[in-house]
Design a protein. Sequence first.
Length: 446
Amino acid sequence: MSIKLNTHYLESFIRPHEYAQIADQVRLADKMLREKTGPGNQMLGWIHLPENYDREEFSRIQKAAEKIRKTCDVLIVIGIGGSYLGARAVIEYLRSPNYNLLPGNKPQIYFSGNCISADAMNELLKLCEGKDVCVNVISKSGTTTEPAVAFRVFRNLLEEKYGKAGARERIFVTTDRARGTLKAFSTEAGYETFVVPDDVGGRFSVLSAVGLLPIAAAGIDITKLMEGAAAASRAYTNPDLEQNDCYRYAAIRNILYRKGKVMEILASYEPFSMMFNEWWKQLYGESEGKDLKGIYPASVIFSTDLHSLGQFIQDGNRIMFETVIDIADTGNTCKIPDDPNNIDGLNFLSGMELDDVKKTAMLGTILAHVDGGVPNIVIEVSKRDEFVLGELIYFFEMACAISGYLLAVNPFDQPGVESYKKNMFALLGKPGYEEMGKELRKRLNF
Ligand code: PA5
């Protein structure tokens, strides 16, 4: 595997017998998952997705992506939560957070329908002016308000610009195979549709059409991404904790949680990981934060955040552990230049690679944080490419499932997300919510 778990910096926090004692629970979690006897067992399609996917649809995704790349200057990807975070994470990680600004990148890719902001909407509409636009709307339920509203806005834009028939050629829909408003609407309008598999939840769906179409539209090799994930799916099947880095990560999280470490900070040293961190936070937050339990997932980009959150991590409330992503080869180099006058006193760094300075910063930070009482898990990633990212995605998905079962929650539902939705519908006067609306208005005094 191109991913290695380094537990060296945990030695003062976890004793050997603690691994031994949780090992049987891990075996049980693995059994529940593989034999589909645990909670949420109807949502396990992601386990075999990297090998067992619809080849015909995969080639349609590649064709649609080619068409988008040929005919559009701008692709608007509409979706929220698990329906957009994975695609955005992969595009920014493999291409760049500045992908849209860099020359030669066509189409530009913008994400919409992931908030409720007139400002964000108007800005995107402006960015589309004078450009050829395509839309990929992604919603499993087909009823989520944020993407539904954004789709209405961009559908209007496309129909005004290209007419109904022209718009049809530029709208791609990813939704449930058969159910939901969006599916019914697409069938009637004749849009090309792709499927969110029934047994794959939003936050586990990046390796389905949900993530793959926008990712392929960014020119990323989705075959290699799937091959990497497939390699990981074969590698992480041994329930023996000592033989399985992925399961060991899940076990360590729970050992630390049971000692009061209720927050995990995912730390990366590369700004291109920022959206990957967001994807990871949703995966773990929505899977584990329930039944009054869960490890709160937070994230930082170092060394940037060493100058904001560094103080708290070093010296504040001791509630957290860190998981550091260490990417050996990012595909870029930059040497620090020499200055004969050495006015800034930096010549001790002359000729040094920036990556080596970064590595030193990372090692120094790990030691400082460990000294400050923060357990550090290090995930060593060999390089930054499609294959290895596929492995990393699968690593975190599988670890999340095992960890959720160790925590005794259902990692595959999200009942808490419904509460705000119901209140919002009631207050907005959605048919069927009238009584609830009256109650809420009373509580709000209007
Ligand atoms: O992970 C999840 O299940 C959620 O984050 C959903 O992806 C999110 O709520 C969007 O739902 P939908 O795709 O039905 O619009």
